[in-house]
Design a protein around this ligand. Structure first.
Ligand code: HSE
Length: 383
């Protein structure tokens, strides 16, 4: 198998290092603007050199971002090349187009490395199609924020300090906003939901809240409540056929499974009518685990393991988060404007517990209150 590798960042250099040790998969061209000592003979700034090379059968897209990743992928699929990618932002925005193009051109588009890193989650979920009717999925899909929340909880350290550590370890996105504002998790939720429920989910339909404003004072309250904060993605079928899909910091009981998911690990659970509860856990971020997942995709293509791995969802899901309800922890200096019980003072604001309210109501309330209190923080409370 001959590979054109797009991007030599953290994951790109990881996959290059892995493949250098193989004799059946060879990186023959690398699209990169920078030049790396010893790799100049492979590096090019001209994508056409990959696109027009008949020896290259597969493109590995690891440049990240929407463009030019999207255009390059479309061109590769149209040129009859397989594409393997871990670019969750681009996939979540263009999934329908890319899966359709791959089918039309008789090639593989493998994106199972995009959610859960090395965990064989999407791969397995694709195979459930037809055999079970999945009802829900939930979990921790962002390693950076899990590391931040876990270390803040266990060591009492501040948010900025731990974020800098996650960036140094190579888990955080180049722009940490994608991690800490929940965007990375939102993209992964859209991809996972499309596979689980066989309906595409638009990122803009998901209610998303990140952890940017969590403070050490909040954690003190969580400990008093015997709870642990995790950034969870949630999607489930509503009784009327719509789905609920949201990302939010969530207070789980201290003995919940998610509370025991430490550092940059991920966990994703699905519930099906026949399979019951399946939980996947492992390394969801980082150079080696993600490069491993990309290599699995390459090996599947090389070995012809393609059947059932490219389900094409039918249409778009109607997302309705009014049907998901629970109580919230809310810390704000503004007047909450909804019935609350005051827990105490916190970070110059007050911490409250709300009555059960819908997810869409809470996310809309937080948007309104942020005009008065930009540092507001809230977290759903899970039984
Ligand atoms: N920034 C992402 C994370 C990388 O921390 O999970 C893996 O997708």
């Amino acid at each position: 198998m001959k590979i054109g590798l797009l991007g030599l960042g953290t994951i790109g250099s990881g996959i290059y290092e892995h493949l250098k040790r193989r004799d059946d998969i060879e990186v023959v061209r690398i699209l990169e603007l920078l030049r790396h000592p010893g790799l100049e003979h492979l590096e090019t700034s001209d994508y056409n050199e990959i696109l027009n090379d008949p020896d290259i059968d597969t493109v590995v897209e690891l440049i990240g971002g929407l463009e030019p990743a999207h255009t390059f992928t479309v061109q590769a699929l149209k040129a009859g090349k397989n594409v393997v990618s871990a670019n969750k932002l681009m996939i979540s925005h263009h999934m329908e187009e890319l899966l359709t193009l791959a089918k039309e051109n008789g090639v593989q588009y493998r994106y199972d490395a995009s959610v859960g890193g090395s965990i064989p989650f999407l791969y397995n979920l694709m195979r459930y199609r037809g055999a079970d009717d999945l009802q829900s999925l939930s979990g921790i899909v962002n390693g950076t924020t899990n590391l931040i929340l876990d270390v803040m909880q266990r060591e009492g350290r501040g948010f900025d300090d731990v974020l800098a550590e996650a960036q140094k370890l190579g888990y955080a996105e180049r722009n940490p906003a994608a991690d800490v504002d929940g965007i990375d998790a939102e993209c992964k939720l859209c991809i996972a939901s499309a596979v689980a429920f066989q309906k595409y989910v638009k990122p803009e339909d998901v209610d998303t809240e990140g952890i940017r404003h969590i403070a050490a004072g909040d954690i003190i309250h969580f400990k008093q409540m015997n709870r642990v904060c995790r950034l969870l993605v949630n999607a489930a079928k509503n009784p009327d056929g719509s789905i609920r899909a949201y990302v939010e910091p969530t207070l789980v009981p201290a003995d919940a499974m998610e509370a025991a998911v430490h550092m940059n690990n991920n966990t994703i659970s699905v519930v099906g009518e026949y399979c019951g509860l399946h939980t996947f856990q492992g390394q969801g971020a980082g150079k080696d685990p993600t490069a491993f997942a990309v290599e699995l995709g390459l090996r599947d293509i090389m070995d012809g393991v393609t059947a059932r791995l490219n389900p094409i969802p039918e249409g778009y899901a109607a997302v309705d988060n009014r049907q998901a309800r629970h109580a919230y922890y809310l810390r704000t200096s503004a007047h909450p404007g909804v019935p609350v019980e005051k827990l105490g003072d916190c970070e110059g604001s007050a911490a409250y517990l709300t009555e059960p309210m819908s997810v869409s109501e809470m996310h809309a309330l937080a948007k309104d209150l942020r005009d008065k209190d930009p540092r507001l923080f809230f977290a759903g409370i899970r039984d």
